[in-house]
Design a protein around this ligand. Structure first.
Ligand SMILES: *Cc1c(COP(=O)(O)O)cnc(C)c1O
Length: 392
């Protein structure tokens, strides 16, 4: 059997894959089994933050692999402790819980908010307010948090205690907080899977004010927006707020599985021995990769991300076949006249791999993508969109 046939026979059918088998890559280029090379504008859904096989990242990971690959959380290890310190110093948060994915990072955030509120306000205070059109993960609890009904069908009953309010609607948020015994408010700074839609500054600031006033932990889901993706270290930093809990994952370890839940002053000691855990959490190889990534996300680097973002926006805004461009930093959604799926297919033929989100073409390239690769991609996407529009 071919690799495609093996996969289709034996791997659970949860993903509709593109007809491409990727075998290798370097930086922002990947090569398929037929030897064709593509510019990678997806970086494994915003995970390979410094592209494929970044030399410094690889050296850090291999060095740790040569020492010890796993210890469990019964013992101390350097990469875990150093990464936690880096995360806290760069955000002002106080403690970190490590897991292995975005959903788990959110699961921990929700547990921390519920325990804080149960201890302070009683066991009836458990409702978590999230936003419509949000995405927070695939476990039964993070699905319940996700404000998109089509993910919920046939998986009932989900974890109870979640209400969803319209994004950017301050009155709807005030109403939900008045009507429910609210234990936490959870939101993405830019709704990623929902179509790359940034929240308004007024809404994020109002949410932070309401949360502060009512002693409700404010949780920011930075699984996709975190670790430099939006041109700031974390997406919330665009809004001048200080969350109580931040969850992150995707790009943090440059391609290795990791989740992190950052706990601020309010909730710094809410999780005690036995309250939560993860066998793989804080894995030294994953943490060594993350230290390599995070320590390089400094002001100068983030300024380059913002410059590349401005370049993409300026080239795509108003381009033929392009209706709108949304997002922040190198997290970009493009509404094309032709259906996004068709544009992505045509881009693939032309040697550019893109993602979709709802009805948008979505770009999440490596944060250090070379200008020449970025140029090729932003020339190719409108070209593909224009050609398809010509067909209809
Ligand atoms: C991807 C994503 C998740 C889920 O992360 P997994 O690692 O797939 O569990 C949660 N929240 C947001 C905002 C995401 O983009």
């Amino acid at each position: 059997m071919t690799i495609t046939e093996l996969d289709q026979t034996y791997v659970a059918g949860t993903y509709s894959r593109f007809p491409v088998e990727i075998v290798s890559g370097k930086g922002s280029r990947v090569t398929d089994a037929a030897g064709k090379t593509y510019v990678d504008m997806g970086s494994g859904i915003g995970v390979a933050a410094f592209g494929i096989g970044d030399d410094a990242w690889k050296a850090a990971v291999i060095a740790q692999l040569g020492m010890v690959q796993h210890t469990s959380n019964l013992y101390y290890t350097e990469p875990c402790a150093v990464l936690a310190k880096l995360l806290c110093e760069k955000t002002g948060m106080k403690k970190v819980f490590f897991s292995n994915s975005g959903a788990e990072a959110n699961e921990c955030a929700i547990k921390a908010a519920r325990k804080y509120s149960a201890e302070k306000k009683g066991g009836d205070c458990f409702t978590i307010v999230t936003l419509k059109n949000s995405f927070h993960g695939r476990t039964l609890t993070t699905l319940a948090a996700t404000g998109q009904d089509h993910f919920h069908e046939l998986f009932q009953p989900l974890t109870p205690g979640f209400v969803h309010v319209e994004a950017n609607n301050i009155e709807a948020l005030q109403k939900a907080v008045a009507e429910h015994n609210v234990a936490g408010i959870l939101m993405e700074p830019v709704q990623g899977e929902g179509g790359v839609i940034p929240l308004t500054s007024a809404f994020v600031k109002a949410a932070a004010d309401i949360a502060h006033e009512k002693d409700i932990p404010l949780m920011i889901d930075e699984v996709q927006t975190g670790n430099g993706r939006t041109g700031m270290l974390y997406g919330y930093m665009h809004f001048g707020i200080q969350p109580d809990i931040v969850s992150t994952a995707k790009g943090l370890s440059g391609g290795l599985p990791i989740g992190a839940t950052l706990l601020g002053e309010k909730v710094r000691s809410v999780l005690g021995p036995g309250d939560h855990g993860s066998t793989f959490g804080g894995n030294p190889v994953c943490c060594a990769g993350a230290v390599s990534i995070l320590s390089r996300l400094d002001d100068a680097f983030l300024a380059e991300v913002r410059e590349k973002s401005a370049y993409v926006f300026s080239r795509l805004n108003g381009a033929p076949g392009v209706e709108s461009v949304t997002g922040m930093g190198l997290m970009i959604g493009i509404k094309t006249a032709a259906p996004a799926g068709e544009v992505v297919r045509r881009c693939m033929d032309k040697g550019v791999l893109c993602l979709t989100a709802k009805d948008k073409v979505r770009l999440l390239p490596a944060l250090n993508i070379p200008m020449e690769d970025l140029q090729f991609a932003v020339d190719t996407i409108p070209e593909a969109a224009k050609e398809l529009r010509g067909n209809t």
